[in-house]
Design a protein around this ligand. Structure first.
Ligand code: NAD
Length: 486
């Protein structure tokens, strides 16, 4: 079989690239070794957001009495983890069925199996596809896109292999209802995006949660005030957040419970060195300490080193998303480089899609637009959504900045919905008053942030924002207040 374009991996990058290429008239083969949709659909964004939504309903039902909604059943709200799991799979299956139907409708050839690049350097690339039945099919293509993504990384400490130590793949995949294995107490290692979202899910469901983070604050890449506010909000809901505390080992403990307890040992960086490690016992541990590249079986052992990798095994790409080998591209989590103006190392579904589509534009000779401001979202309660620079980042880059802040204390929707302490920060260039960054923390922040992205990309000023009419009552009104304040 011969194609113009062969794509390895059907996650947000591979799926989007295949469709874009087909629409541009290329013949396309899409190879997937697992479920169509990749990590995002099967073990990432979608199942997490499903669990966050379902678990938030339990919290809402439990809180409804505050608003005069009384239901005898609600006084003892419980959840059925099998039903939660079934609902989550139903949502994932529905989206996947839609994607497969669209792949077929577009005329993309979908091949199931493990793709291995046999001769990256040749003009026509040969890729072999090993099927589950042991057969190996040979496919040729003029261009290849590697979009194989990442998988959860473990941490280099003893006890990661113990029963009850999970990754997000274990808790989000379709391996069965592992949800209840994390009750009554879950310890989460890592206060990054995954750690914060899971802390939300388990505390919503009434579980006892501890988060252990090695750095001085959770969501360490985000605005400092956002980190502090989300930590405060989770603490108020009973989540135990321990920062500055690298984890050292896990051990089975709890003689009385037959060794079914898992203890997590950590040492606070602020303690004197002779201080013995502290420990937290729980029913299960979730390791949410970053991800690692998925390249298993991708390169033929006969042509090693043909495609340049970083030290950590990511695939190096140039500004057009091309690897060190002409005609072979990489996009999404697996790619490492400043493709289309993006900083290296950003691992988000929407950047994967955006990069992949631009790679196809580049291949078919269209001008590929730079990516511009990248939104980043955390689906906590309240939600967090950011784009562009924070005030600290502007300072580091020597960009003179002025910050406009709006708080939700007087916002109609926020008051009605009893929203926790939240705010919007708009970062403007101090001289031109052009918007260069936005940090939004409120209900629906993830649906408001595309507005900020467009304003940043279009060079909109504080005055233009202030002069726009904001619908009332909306959370977005606080944005006008933030613009007004500068
Ligand atoms: P992360 O890098 O965001 O956070 C991992 C955290 O673990 C860091 O804060 C790190 O300091 C901490 N850590 C590492 N080793 C530790 C140790 N031994 N002890 C204690 N703490 C330790 O990684 P993640 O949360 O696993 O997420 C992975 C990727 O997936 C990220 O790039 C993220 O952006 C992406 N993601 C995005 C979304 C979203 O867009 N909503 C959701 C989930 C994941």
């Amino acid at each position: 079989m011969e194609f113009d374009f062969l794509v390895i991996g059907s996650g947000p990058a591979g799926y989007a690239a295949s469709i874009r290429a087909r629409k541009a008239g290329l013949s396309v083969c899409l190879v997937e070794k697992n479920m169509v949709g990749g990590v995002c659909l099967n073990r990432g964004c979608i199942p997490t957001k499903a669990l966050l939504y379902y678990s938030s309903l339990r919290l809402k039902a439990a809180e409804a009495a505050l608003f005069g909604v009384h239901d005898a059943a609600a006084s003892a709200v419980s959840f059925d983890s099998t039903e939660v799991q079934r609902r989550k799979l139903e949502a994932v299956d529905a989206i996947r069925a839609n994607q497969i139907a669209f792949i077929e409708k577009c005329g993309i050839t979908l091949e199931r199996g493990i793709a291995r690049i046999e001769n990256a350097g040749a003009e026509d690339k040969t890729v072999s596809i090993a099927g589950a039945d042991g057969t190996r099919k040979i496919v040729r293509a003029k261009r290849v896109l590697i979009a194989t993504g990442t998988k959860p990384a473990l941490i280099p400490v003893a006890g990661c292999e113990l029963d009850g130590v999970f990754t997000s793949d274990d808790l989000l995949g379709d391996n069965g209802p592992l949800l209840e294995k994390c009750f009554p107490k879950l310890t989460i290692i890592g206060g990054g995006v995954i750690g914060m979202e899971f802390a939300g899910i388990y505390s919503n469901l009434g579980g006892e949660v501890a988060v252990i983070e090695a750095l001085p604050r959770v969501l360490a890449n985000m605005d400092r005030e956002i980190s502090q506010t989300i930590a405060m909000s989770l603490k108020k809901r009973g989540v135990n957040i321990i920062t500055n505390a690298p984890v050292e080992k896990f051990e089975k403990t709890g003689a009385r419970s037959g060794g079914r307890e898992l203890s997590c040992f950590f040492r606070k960086k602020t303690d004197p060195p002779e201080t013995p490690p502290q420990s937290i016992a729980s029913s299960a541990v979730l390791i949410a300490a970053g991800r690692k590249p998925e390249t298993a079986g991708l390169f033929s052992p006969d042509s090693p080193g043909a495609i340049a990798l970083t030290e950590r095994g990511y695939i190096r790409v140039n500004e057009a998303g091309m690897t060190s080998v002409a005609g072979v591209y990489a996009a999404g989590d697996i790619a490492w480089g400043a493709a289309f103006g993006m900083s290296a190392g950003i691992q988000l579904a929407h950047t994967a899609t955006a990069q992949a589509e631009r790679i196809v534009d580049h291949i078919v000779g269209k001008t590929a637009a730079p990516l511009g401001a990248i939104p980043s979202c955390v689906y906590t309660a309240p939600e967090i959504a950011c784009a562009g620079l924070t005030a600290d980042e502007a300072k580091e880059r020597g960009v003179p900045a002025i910050v406009g802040k709006g708080v939700f204390g007087g916002n109609g929707r926020a008051v009605i919905e009893h929203q926790e302490r939240s705010f919007v920060k708009l970062v403007f260039h101090a001289e031109t008053k052009v918007l260069i960054g936005a940090q939004i923390m409120c209900n629906h922040a993830t649906d408001i942030v595309p507005w900020a992205v467009q304003c940043i990309n279009a060079g909109i000023t504080a005055e233009q924002i202030r002069n726009s009419v904001f619908a009332h009552p909306t959370y977005a009104e606080t944005i006008a207040q933030a613009a007004e304040s500068v």
